[in-house]
Write a protein that binds this ligand. Structure first.
Ligand code: SF4
Ligand code: SF4
Length: 231
């Protein structure tokens, strides 16, 4: 089994609800608390597993804002695991989820430097590294109804831009939508083989806007006069 997320860049509206839901779940669940520094100070910062970047695609007037949620990609060949000197970072064989053993982590930051996706966060209050766990404490919780055994970000997204599932199963919803929509991983050239996959944003239809009247001033006056006559 290879669990991960599909994120539809065509649908994400950049509302940050996923990031807030993630923060809330992980601040109050078994992984938490995720600390914040100077939350009411001049330079507040804190631990976030899920961050939304915003980019502009193409040129005006055909430009489009792309909202790009990023969290741990649960890579198949993750250097964050291989560089970890204490063995705290590991990838689970049974479902592919990359985790950090909080009892072994010494906060050396090696994994953070090895991760090209900026997924690792040092929690200054505990001195240990933290990151997205795919809500492992939700997805296997048999006390929850089956439909709620999903990561918090997926359950929260009001635009339904996020899907969770098994990429090893060719018939799963995530595998099918990736095939149908030409989904791709972020920065495949690095060979980390991320599990999380993005569905590409569709381009806006190009609408030609005529800015100058044809035929110059004389033609414009003629068209204006014709419109008056037709009234
Ligand atoms: S995204 Fe970064 S932290 Fe997550 S598995 Fe890949 S290399 Fe490791
Ligand atoms: S909740 Fe959904 S729409 Fe909002 S930023 Fe996250 S992925 Fe995008």
């Amino acid at each position: 089994m290879r669990l991960g997320l599909v994120i539809d860049l065509d649908v994400c509206v950049g509302c940050h609800a996923c990031a807030i839901a993630c923060k809330e779940w992980n601040a109050s669940g078994t992984i938490g608390p995720l600390s914040d520094y100077q939350p009411y100070g001049a330079e507040p910062s804190g631990v976030w597993f899920n961050r939304i970047r915003h980019f502009e695609m193409d040129e005006y007037p055909n430009n489009k804002t792309i909202n790009f949620p990023m969290s741990c990609m649960h890579c198949e060949d993750a250097d964050c695991v291989t560089v970890c000197p204490t063995g705290a970072s590991y990838k689970r064989a049974e479902d592919g989820i990359v985790l950090i053993d909080q009892n072994k982590c010494m906060g050396c930051n090696y994994c953070s430097w090895a991760c090209p996706y900026g997924a690792r966060e040092l929690d200054r209050s505990s001195g240990t590294m933290k990151k997205c766990t795919l809500c492992i404490d939700r997805i296997y919780d048999e006390k929850l109804p089956v439909e709620e055994r999903q990561p918090s970000c997926v359950l929260t997204c009001p635009a339904h831009a996020r899907m969770f599932g098994d990429f090893d199963d060719p018939d799963s919803a995530v595998s099918r939508v990736v095939r149908e929509r030409g989904g791709y991983p972020l920065m495949p050239e690095l060979n980390y083989n991320p599990t999380n996959t993005y569905l590409p944003p569709r381009r806006k239809p190009v609408i030609e806007i005529e800015t100058k009247p044809k035929g110059g001033l004389k033609e414009s006056i003629k068209q204006f006069a014709n419109r008056l006559v037709r009234r």
